[in-house]
Design a protein around this ligand. Structure first.
Ligand SMILES: NC(=O)c1ccc[n+]([C@@H]2O[C@H](COP(=O)([O-])OP(=O)(O)OC[C@H]3O[C@@H](n4cnc5c(N)ncnc54)[C@H](OP(=O)(O)O)[C@@H]3O)[C@@H](O)[C@H]2O)c1
Length: 248
C-alpha cells in the first residue's frame, strides 16, 4: 500500500522501517522539513517529504506526533479523500503534553485527535513501547507473538489497520469502537504490557476506567524518577504490576 507517516521519531521511523520491509511504499514527514530526515528516510527505505506531501496520493496515513501537537494538523486533511485510512498512534501524558480538559474529562484520546483533524481514525500501535515495536515483532505463525489492540468504528478501515499491525509483526486484536479506546490508553492493563492475544483480550475486557489516569500518572512518575535507567523489560513489568487486572 502507499502509506504516509507524519512523525519521524521513535515510533514513526520504526513503523516506516517495518512497513517498508513488508513491501509497502512509505513517505515520511516531520515538523522541521524533509531535508532534516533525508538520511533517516533513506536508511529505512522511505522517502522524506513535507507533511502536505505525506497525505497526498496515499491509501493510509499514520499519525505519530506528540499529543499536544495534533491541532497543528487541522488544515492538512481538507483534500484527503474519505476512503484514505488514518491511523493514530498517540498517547496523552498531561505532564508532557499539558492538560487537555476534554481528555481529562474522559474523552478517549483518539476521539479527541479525531476531532482535531476533523475525520474518523483508527487507534493502533499506541500500546507498545517503541523498543517493543522495533525489536519484538514476530512473523505470523511464530510462537509467543505479542498482541496489539486496534480500535475504530468502520470495520473495513479497521481491517486494513489490523493487516498493517500484523505486517509489523504483532497479532492484531479488535479492541472495539473508538469510544472504547480508553481500554488501551496509558494506565490500563493493555498498555505497554506485551501480552499474548488471549491475555490482551482479557486485559481489554477487565480494564478499569476509573483507575487509568491515576495509574498512568503514578507509573510515569516512577519512570521519570528512574531517570531513564529502566530497561524495556523493567518498564513492561512495572506497567503490568501497576495496572493488574481486577475482575468484577
Ligand atoms: N515512544 C514510545 O515508546 C511510544 C510508543 C507508542 C506510542 N507513542 C506515541 O506516538 C507518538 C510519537 O511518539 P514518539 O516517541 O515517536 O515521538 P518523538 O520521538 O518525539 O517524535 C515525534 C515526531 O513527531 C514530529 N512532529 C512533532 N510535531 C509535529 C507536527 N506538528 N507536524 C509534523 N510532525 C511533527 C517530530 O518532528 P520534529 O522532530 O521535526 O519536530 C518527530 O519526528 C506520541 O503521541 C507518543 O505518545 C510513543
Amino acid at each position: 500500500m502507499k502509506i504516509g507517516i507524519i512523525g519521524a521519531g521513535n515510533v514513526g521511523a520504526t513503523l516506516a522501517k517495518k512497513l517498508v520491509a513488508s513491501g509497502h511504499k512509505v513517505k515520511l514527514a516531520n515538523s522541521k522539513g524533509p531535508e532534516t530526515i533525508r538520511d533517516l528516510a533513506r536508511d529505512v527505505g522511505a522517502v522524506a517529504v513535507s507533511k502536505e506531501e505525506a497525505v497526498r496520493n496515499v491509501e493510509v496515513i499514520v499519525l505519530s506526533i506528540p499529543f499536544r501537537n495534533y491541532s497543528d494538523l487541522a488544515e492538512l486533511f481538507h483534500d484527503v479523500p474519505d476512503d484514505v485510512v488514518v491511523i493514530d498512534t498517540s498517547n496523552y501524558y498531561p505532564f508532557r503534553d499539558g492538560a487537555i480538559a476534554k481528555v481529562d474529562g474522559g474523552m478517549p484520546e483518539s476521539v479527541w485527535v479525531s476531532e482535531q483533524i476533523g475525520r474518523p481514525l483508527v487507534k493502533a500501535w499506541n500500546a507498545a513501547l517503541a523498543l517493543t515495536l522495533a525489536e519484538k515483532g514476530r512473523r505470523q505463525g511464530e510462537n509467543e507473538r505479542i498482541a496489539l489492540p486496534v480500535a475504530g468504528d468502520d470495520p473495513k478501515t479497521k481491517g486494513i489497520a489490523m493487516t498493517l499491525v500484523e505486517a509489523t509483526g504483532f497479532a492484531a486484536v479488535d479492541s472495539g469502537a473508538l469510544s472504547e479506546s480508553w481500554r488501551q490508553q496509558p494506565g490500563t492493563p493493555a498498555y505497554c504490557t506485551e501480552l499474548s492475544e488471549a491475555e490482551l483480550k482479557e486485559a481489554l475486557l477487565f480494564a478499569d476506567r476509573s483507575r487509568a489516569a491515576e495509574n498512568r500518572d503514578s507509573l510515569i512518575k516512577e519512570f521519570m524518577a528512574a531517570g531513564g535507567g529502566l530497561t524495556n523489560d523493567e518498564i513492561v513489568s512495572r506497567n503490568r504490576a501497576g495496572t493488574a487486572v481486577m475482575r468484577h
